[in-house]
Structures are given as C-alpha cells and as structure tokens.
Design a protein around this ligand. Structure first.
Ligand SMILES: CC/C=C\C/C=C\C/C=C\CC/C=C/CC(=O)SCCNC(=O)CCNC(=O)[C@H](O)C(C)(C)COP(=O)(O)OP(=O)(O)OC[C@H]1O[C@@H](n2cnc3c(N)ncnc32)[C@H](O)[C@@H]1OP(=O)(O)O
Length: 287
C-alpha cells in the first residue's frame, strides 16, 4: 500500500484540481461539461437512481451501490452526471439524497481507488471527488441528506455538502470525518465544509481526533439537524423540503452564496492544488 501511494506522490496528480474553484450556490456554471463526465462513465449497472416529481419539483437521488455505496470513480462520475442533469432541469428545485442500502448511507471514498492504481487514474479519481463536492455544495437546488445509515469520511462530506441533514435516530449509525484515525488527513475544503456546519472548535476536535459521532451525538454538535425514526426519514425530508421551497429560490440562493463566500477559503487554483498535494504527500509519507 505504502509503495503504491508513494508512487502516486512521485508522479504528482497532474490535472488534479485544475477545475477547482469556489463556486457560489447561485452560479449555474458547470465544473466540467457533461460530455467529459459521460465519456469516463464506464459502469454497467446504475449505482444511482433518480426520481423527479414534476408536480413538486423535488428529486430523490438514491445511492444503490452495494455493499456500502463507496465513492469509486464510476460512482462519482454517475453521481455528478445526475447532479448536472438535475441542475440544468429548471423544473427541479429540490434534491433529497438517500441510500437504498440498509445500515449504510455511504462508506466514503472507495479504498480500492487509492490502492494499486496508476498516477493518472489517481488524478482522475481525486478530481471526481472534488467535482462531487463542488457540484453539491455549489448547487442551485435546495439539498437535503436523508441519512439512513452510517456515513463516515467522504460520506460525511457528501452529507455536509447538503443544506440540511436528517438522520435516522439509531445510535449504531455514525457520521464524521474520521480520516486521522486512518492515518490520513482531510483536505482543507473538507475542513471548511465541516467548520461551516459545526463551528470552529467542534470541527477542530472532530478533525484532529477523527471522531465518528453516533446519531444522537451528531445532533448535539449540529453535525445533523434532525433525528427521526427509520421509517420516517424520507417523508420528513419531503416535508422539510416543502418548507425550503416555500422560500423564493433567488433569495435562498443569494443568502447561501453570501454565507459561503464569507465562510469558505477563496483560495486561488494554484494554491488549492498545492495544498491538496501537500496533504496527500504527507499522508503518503506516513502510511
Ligand atoms: C487519489 C488519492 C490517492 C492516494 C490518496 C492517499 C492518501 C489520501 C489522503 C487524503 C484523502 C483524505 C480523504 C479521505 C476520505 C475518505 O472517504 S477515506 C474512506 C474512509 N472510509 C471509512 O473509513 C469507512 C470504512 N467502512 C466502514 O466503516 C464500514 O464498512 C461501514 C460502517 C461503512 C459499514 O459497516 P458494515 O455494514 O459492517 O460493512 P463492512 O464493514 O462489513 O463492509 C462491507 C464491505 O464493504 C467494504 N468496504 C467498506 N468500506 C469501504 C470503502 N470505503 N471502500 C471500499 N470498500 C469498503 C468492506 O471491505 C467489506 O467488503 P468485503 O465484504 O469484506 O469484501
């Protein structure tokens, strides 16, 4: 594992972050064209299912990639294509993200993508991770995560990339950015998103100790907004979404934009690339 990761560092992640920019939530700009995303989507069976209710303008995106909805390159590509399609569909104003799997929302980044892969593939994978975050955090749609299972690391990032989080009230389900427990470090844009959700001190403790919070503890620190019984997670998300959609889109979007601009590091592209490379290189050195 260590050798493979060191090789990734030696060759560098060419092209990684080339399209990273801090987008406002009301920006309609795509991070990359659908064309290039579709070109690299090699999966055979859909890992994502989307149902858009045109009467309400709410889409439900179900992650259905057993065993744990891990975020592989194929998964992320499909996820981003679906997000782009919904973003461009003006009839869609709200998005609920959930999982069809029992017990797991998403296990985060697919560990197998970080092992035994070429530097080019690693670069492509990392870019896909960034695209997922940019598209979700910068979405025009109101977004709600209906977290019906555990959601560590990248799964947590996906959740906090949404506007609102409803989690199943089950102490066995956990959520958090646990990277340091794995001997790796969450990149700065993971940190920013966490700070924007739970505040500075809670984020600092959470990141340094790699804490995974049970659902009740996650509610206590504000990592999730609401707990509900398992069978009510989707209906509660639908009800909550109707409240969000009662707000005029432009007002909500501008408000989100202002919040993000003042609370997220507006790093220039080169700086962002260097910082991600630095984090990954340090991780590779110590693994
Ligand atoms: C391009 C980059 C290159 C190099 C990078 C180098 C360094 C990286 C530096 C910075 C990156 C920082 C960012 C990291 C973000 C991440 O997301 S890292 C991933 C962290 N994920 C986890 O820690 C989750 C681990 N999994 C779990 O905790 C549990 O599996 C979970 C609670 C989700 C479910 O538990 P349970 O229902 O009991 O299932 P099992 O544990 O039995 O698992 C079932 C099978 O699923 C496989 N699996 C689990 N997680 C992953 C995963 N993340 N990727 C791939 N596969 C996973 C597990 O092995 C089991 O498989 P098996 O049945 O044994 O074949």
């Amino acid at each position: 594992m260590a050798n493979v990761l060191r090789n990734s560092a030696k060759f560098g992640f060419s092209g990684v972050l080339s399209q990273l920019s801090i987008h406002s939530r009301h920006g309609r700009e795509c991070v990359s064209p659908c064309f290039s995303l579709q070109q690299r989507n090699n999966s055979t069976s859909p890992k994502i299912k989307v149902d858009l209710d045109s009467s309400t303008g709410v889409a439900v995106l179900r992650m259905q990639s057993p065993p744990v909805n891990s975020l592989s390159l194929d998964f992320l590509t499909e996820f981003c294509i679906n997000l782009e399609k919904l973003e461009m569909d003006r009839s869609c104003r709200g998005l609920i993200i959930t999982s069809t799997l029992s017990k797991v929302f998403s296990a985060g980044l697919d560990i197998m993508e970080m092992y035994g892969k070429s530097p080019e593939r690693c670069g492509e994978f990392w870019k896909a991770v960034q695209e997922m975050w940019l598209k979700l955090y910068g979405s025009n749609m109101a977004t709600i995560a209906a977290i019906n299972g555990s959601s560590p690391a990248g799964g947590c990032l996906m959740s906090i990339g949404c506007d609102y989080r409803i989690m199943v009230d089950n102490p066995r389900y956990s959520i958090g950015l646990n990277e340091t427990q794995l001997g790796i470090v969450a990149p700065f844009w993971f940190k920013d998103t966490l700070v924007n959700t739970v505040g500075n001190r809670a984020a600092e403790l959470s990141l340094e100790l790699g804490l995974l919070y049970s659902a009740p503890d996650a509610l206590k620190i504000g990592l999730v907004d609401q707990l509900v019984p398992e069978d009510q997670v989707l209906s509660t998300a639908q009800d909550t979404m109707s409240k969000w959609l009662a707000i005029p889109d432009h007002a909500r979007q501008i408000d989100q934009c202002v919040y993000i601009i003042y609370n997220t590091s507006p790093l220039p592209l080169d700086h962002a690339r260097q910082m991600d490379q630095c984090v990954i290189s340090v991780c590779i050195y110590y693994i």
